[in-house]
Ligand binder design. Structure first.
Ligand code: PMP
Length: 326
């Protein structure tokens, strides 16, 4: 299905058109298919927004030629933006809470970006405030702000969603994706609901995260180890539109961690914890469609595996649950 069959002029041309692969743990009657986003040049789903957002911002003048982007990020967004920034002549500064993986921070630096760390206890909120402070004192600097910029959603509406539907000949019963900024799910959902308003839309988050409260569920906030998805402060998640979502599924860290290992051992997927959470949620939805508990227009489920486990080896992702740093 990949269209990359001819020589490409730049890594930016290699963003997207990732493979869509069957998850074998799903029922044969309602198969689950996952987009393998580690096939992108920066090895995650965030290459899509890096390319799409920077190109649009340069086009409309929001970002001046040779300007600087300053972005708060858990890591993959920094890598995705750094890949695009390097090729588009833009400087990049990333503000990363300390606890996020060192592999990602090394890759951002290797791509020519500057990385600024903020204390883990200040969370993403602290990183967002710091990014705005740095941008205010830098000439020609803008904060793309993946947490509130509609271009984040648009990138997935324009690429990830259509690619899934093309590969499945338009026959998608449910779409399932983990939510960090929620850009991935919202873009896919908008596209899916245009194709068929009855498509079942499922958000995935770790237990302890609070997206579910936006759907009226009564959930307790707690720490979690699953990286890249979830929220402790829903006021920062401006892109998430509860109206587009049928349900929010919560996955316990322990289950996600076991699924990371099962996916590698049984299915050959070297994917990380947010992909594992998506896999479990998507298989659960597929079983409920099969059992007639969820109405869906087609007997298939599409989800996203956002990145690779190689990015988390230093955190013991393939060790036992207790020593996994998350
Ligand atoms: N998984 C991983 C590993 C991520 O880095 C991210 C982005 N934070 C996501 C999932 C969620 O993507 P989105 O921000 O589009 O909701």
């Amino acid at each position: 299905m990949t269209t990359h069959r001819e020589p490409l002029a730049s890594v930016l041309d290699a963003v997207g058109e990732t493979p869509l692969v069957r998850v074998h743990a799903s029922p044969d009657e309602v198969p689950v298919y996952a987009k393998l986003e580690s096939f992108n040049p920066g090895a995650s789903v965030k290459d899509r927004i890096g390319k799409y957002m920077l190109e649009r911002m340069l086009e409309d003048g929001t970002l001046p030629e040779g300007g600087t982007i300053v972005e708060p990020t858990a890591g993959n967004t920094g890598i995705g933006f750094a890949v695009a920034a390097g090729q588009l002549g833009v400087e990049a500064v990333f503000v990363v809470p300390e606890r996020f993986s060192v592999e990602k921070q090394q890759l951002m630096r290797a791509l020519g970006a500057t990385v600024v760390n903020t204390p883990s206890e200040d969370g993403m909120g602290g990183a967002i405030d710091r990014a705005h402070a740095i941008a205010a004192e830098t000439d020609g600097a803008v904060v793309p702000q993946q947490f509130s910029n509609p271009l984040n959603v648009e990138a997935h509406y324009a690429t990830t969603g259509p690619e899934m539907y093309d590969a499945l000949d338009g026959e998608v019963g449910a779409v399932v994706a983990g939510c960090g900024t929620a850009g991935t799910l919202m873009g896919i959902a908008e596209y899916a609901l245009e194709q068929n308003p009855d498509t079942h839309v499922v958000a995935v988050e770790p237990e302890g995260s609070l997206y579910a409260t936006l759907k009226g569920d009564d959930e307790e906030e707690d720490a979690y180890k699953t990286e890249g998805i979830g929220t402790h402060d829903t006021s920062t998640n401006e892109l998430f539109d509860p109206e587009l979502v049928d349900e929010v599924v919560q996955i316990a860290d322990r289950d996600a961690h076991a699924e990371v290992q099962r996916l590698a051992r049984e299915e050959g997927h070297l994917v990380a914890s947010s992909a594992a959470a998506a896999s479990l949620a998507a298989c659960d939805v597929a079983e409920r469609i099969r059992d007639g508990e969820v109405d869906a227009p087609h007997d298939s489920v599409a989800t996203v595996f956002p990145d690779s486990s190689e990015r988390y080896l230093s955190k013991g992702i393939y060790g036992d649950f207790e020593s996994w740093e998350g």
